[in-house]
Design a protein around this ligand. Structure first.
Ligand code: HEC
Length: 246
């Protein structure tokens, strides 16, 4: 994967594209680098949270975490470790996890300040006609939330059928408000999304040494994948590879 791959995208500060003749988002980072753009995670094949894959290292050591949250000021004292063990680990360990490559992605968007929690807030939609034509993202949100469909979605039915449960996972205990509070702010998502890699695949596959090598040279971090120190040492100094080379 090359630099046509977007990793960080800011929707809240559009730039005018001469080529397209419209206002568009700003890409802050494009990259194809392992560790930066491509990351390896344990994935149980079905669980996700905030567009991030859930899974666990089957070694049962609880060294692997499916995501890392960068909290806002207001949630600095929230006990993320305990919450992870209580709410996410039981979901993450379900099924059979495999190490899976993902595209790392994060975006800056507008959030409803009336619906905030330790893992982020309710994202607000854009009206793309307004966005592309005027380059005014806040006005584009204001237009989008007046749409009858969004009004219905951000209303009582949505609350009872979906959001009460969803907000529980988001760690929002104090309840949340419908409809849209009218207060919005631009924020990056507090944890990266991990997107499936299912296009732009190149023919050259990896060699054993792509993974079984030093931390600096390798494409995956055994530390982040929750291996024990002893196991990490083995995986970086495989006897088998020495035999193959001979
Ligand atoms: C994409 C990364 C990747 C590539 C490429 C890769 N491996 Fe591995 N390999 C791993 C990981 C991760 C483990 C540990 C799996 C586990 O036990 O959780 C592993 C485990 C092993 C083990 C088991 C070691 C033990 O002590 O149990 C051997 C042997 C091994 N690999 C050999 C190879 C050989 C030979 C190649 C090339 C033909 C290769 N690997 C290519 C990631 C890779």
């Amino acid at each position: 994967m090359t630099d046509d791959n977007v990793v960080l995208r800011d929707w809240t500060d559009p730039i005018f594209s001469e080529e397209e003749g419209v206002w568009i988002y700003k890409d802050i980072l494009r990259s194809g680098k392992p560790g930066e753009a491509i990351i390896y995670k344990w994935f149980n094949g079905s669980g996700t949270f905030m567009a991030g894959a859930l899974g666990d290292n089957p070694n049962g050591q609880k060294l692997f975490k499916s995501f890392k949250t960068t909290p806002d000021e207001n949630y600095k004292n929230f006990d993320y470790d305990t919450y992870y063990e209580k709410v996410f680990r039981p979901i993450a360990i379900k099924g059979e996890s495999k190490i899976t490559p993902f595209k790392r992605f994060n975006a800056k968007m507008y959030e409803d300040m009336g619906n905030q929690g330790p893992f982020g807030g309710m994202l607000l939609p854009f009206d793309y006609n307004v966005y592309y034509e005027t380059g005014k993202p806040k006005e584009s949100v204001a237009k989008a939330v007046q749409d009858p469909l969004i009004q219905m979605m951000y209303g009582p039915l949505f609350k009872y059928y979906m959001m009460d449960k969803f907000m529980y996972f988001m760690g929002i205990e104090k309840g949340w408000t419908i409809p849209f509070s009218g207060k919005m702010e631009a924020r990056w998502m507090r944890q990266d999304a991990t997107l499936m890699i299912n296009h732009s695949i190149t023919k050259e596959s990896m060699a054993c040494e792509s993974c079984h090598t030093s931390k600096e040279k390798g494409v995956m971090s055994y530390e982040d994948l929750g291996y024990t120190l002893e196991r990490i040492k083995d995986l970086r100094n495989l006897e088998e590879l020495k035999l193959i080379k001979k």
